[in-house]
Write a protein that binds this ligand. Structure first.
Ligand code: ADP
Length: 510
């Protein structure tokens, strides 16, 4: 049996979606409109009376007309001697008049029936709003009524079906999982936008094509073929050609006489990416801890092998061990801080703050370090900057990380400028703080990744950092509902910028 095909997705338009919440209200409004103003059921005692009365009306009219004709004939005869021919002609004329009258009376009924026939034909052609004219009472009136109430029932059912179809389309349209319905021969009868996106095909082109032709991947087809073979739900997780990770579930279904298959596709790419990030994190963390631990182990071995007897050497080794331990402690503290910010366990203490109070203390603190590295550290703040709603300590840490990086990655003689500007034309209105340097820059392929934890653009030149500073900066800025980005050119310099919300702007995080 051929399963019906639905040209999905016709994106539900506004009127369709508006229909859904008022479905019940519409049903109530859908009352008989024309012939049922005086509802009357056929074949009741009243209707039989009406029918008889209706027929008698014709009989009475014809009877009266015949009386008039007979009177005319009698008058004609009483006007004197009439020849047989004259009487014949007069009789013929009156018979013709009587026939016309009868035919007219009959034709009136036929005309009413014709009107009802037209209506039925319109309904049959799909115009469910067509209605027969109200013909009062009697047989024809009852027929009108029956046709109209049938049309109304059909219209109600059709609206109900349309609403159900619209609901199904809306659900399928907004679903993030891909859904494909196949008929028993494996031809696509429904495909939703998510499935089309996952398979990288156009919905209308996929309709009525065979599943194998649409998926173009033997592994997916195999899941379906197994489902046919065992008549049981089958599933599999696959990496598709477009690097998407997808779980395919194929279920056989039986609906009435028609059976087919439902294919569900769950895009697991996001979960897979998270899993990769988690794995990278664990391996990076192990790597970062292994180096200082190996170094401490070597120092301890050296001390045990005799260096402990040499006080100046022992002192030096102990200092080296302390540095390694301090580095590990800092890393662990930064990791803890990062996880607290991410999980929202470190609520922000937000207060209206002048931008100068965020920038100047940091610059003052790092000025000496910049001078030691032969760098010029400047601040450029316009006088009329609006106040920002921030947790000042945390934002200072962000600026400290950025300026500290700028010092680390800028060769002697370079310039570092910390500036701020208000951007009233953005939504929401914000202040942008930037840290620009004339340093080594960041390769384009690393620019998108440097905000990941432990990511170092150039490990050889990374200057011994933990690779966590920018991750902390990103999460702190995001917790303030802002965003952070970098513009950089290798061997020319980098500019890190981030936005901060103005006072009275709502925050979404923490
Ligand atoms: P780190 O502790 O290693 O500095 P960050 O998260 O602060 O960790 O920075 C990550 C990486 O981004 C650095 O290792 C470096 O490669 C790159 N980077 C950060 N800031 C700059 C900068 N101003 N100039 C060039 N490279 C930078």
């Amino acid at each position: 049996m051929q399963q019906s095909t639905a040209a999905f997705p016709p994106k539900p338009d506004a009127s369709t979606r508006a229909d859904i919440p008022i479905a019940v209200a519409e049903d109530v409004r859908l009352q008989p409109k024309h012939a049922t103003d005086r509802p009357m059921k056929p074949f009741t005692w009243r209707s039989i009376q009406h029918t008889v009365r209706d027929r008698w009306r014709y009989v009475l009219v014809v009877f009266l007309a015949l009386c008039v004709i007979a009177a005319l004939l009698m008058w004609f005869v009483s006007q004197g001697e009439r020849t047989t021919t004259e009487l014949l002609i007069a009789g013929l004329a009156l018979a013709v008049a009587a026939t016309i009258l009868l035919v007219g009376a009959l034709d009136l009924s036929a005309w009413r029936v014709r009107q009802i026939t037209n209506t039925v034909e319109q309904i049959a052609a799909g115009d469910l709003e067509a209605r027969a004219p109200a013909h009062g009472v009697g047989d024809i009136g009852a027929l009108s009524y029956a046709v109209n109430s049938m049309a109304e029932r059909l219209e109600r059912q059709s609206r109900k079906r349309n609403r159900e179809r619209d609901r199904l389309h809306t659900v399928l349209h907004v679903m993030t999982d891909g859904v494909i319905m196949l008929n028993k021969h494996g031809y696509v009868s429904i495909i939703n936008p998510a499935a089309a996106r996952i398979l990288n095909v156009k919905s209308d082109e996929a309709l009525n094509k065979s599943f194998v032709q649409v998926v173009k991947d033997y592994r997916i087809a195999e899941v379906w073929l197994n489902c046919i073979k065992y008549n049981l739900e089958q599933s599999s997780t696959l990496e598709l050609a477009n690097e998407a990770y997808v779980r395919i579930i194929v279920t056989p279904f039986l609906r009435g006489a028609a059976n087919g298959y439902l294919v569900l596709m769950q895009d697991l790419s996001h979960l897979h990416r998270l899993e990769t990030v988690r794995r990278d994190f664990v391996s990076n963390l192990s790597h970062e801890l292994r180096t200082p631990l190996a170094s401490i182990k070597a120092l301890v071995d050296t001390l045990r092998d005799g260096a402990i007897e040499d006080p100046p050497a022992a002192e030096h080794f102990l200092e080296r061990m302390e540095i390694e331990v301090d580095e590990m402690t800092q890393m662990v503290q930064e990791l803890l801080e990062l996880s607290r910010i991410e999980s929202g366990q470190a609520p922000l203490r937000l207060f209206p703050t002048a931008v100068s109070l965020l920038v100047e203390p940091v610059v003052a603190r790092l000025q000496a370090q910049a001078e030691r590295a032969s760098l010029t550290l400047n601040v450029v703040l316009p006088p009329d900057l609006p106040e920002v709603m921030v947790d000042a300590d945390r934002v200072r840490t962000v600026i400290l990380n950025l300026v500290h990086n700028a010092i680390k990655f800028t060769p002697p003689g370079g310039y570092i400028t910390v500036s701020a500007r208000s951007v009233p034309d953005t939504s929401p209105e914000a202040v942008v703080i930037s840290v620009a340097d004339t340093g080594i820059g960041i390769p384009a392929e690393d620019a998108t990744r440097i905000f990941e934890r432990f990511y170092k653009a150039d490990r050889a030149r990374s200057g011994g950092g933990t690779g966590l500073g920018l991750a902390i900066a990103k999460h702190t800025v995001q917790a303030h509902n802002g965003h952070i980005w970098v513009e950089s050119t290798e061997n020319v310099g980098s500019t890190f910028s981030f936005t901060l919300p103005l006072v009275n702007l709502p925050l979404t995080k923490n």
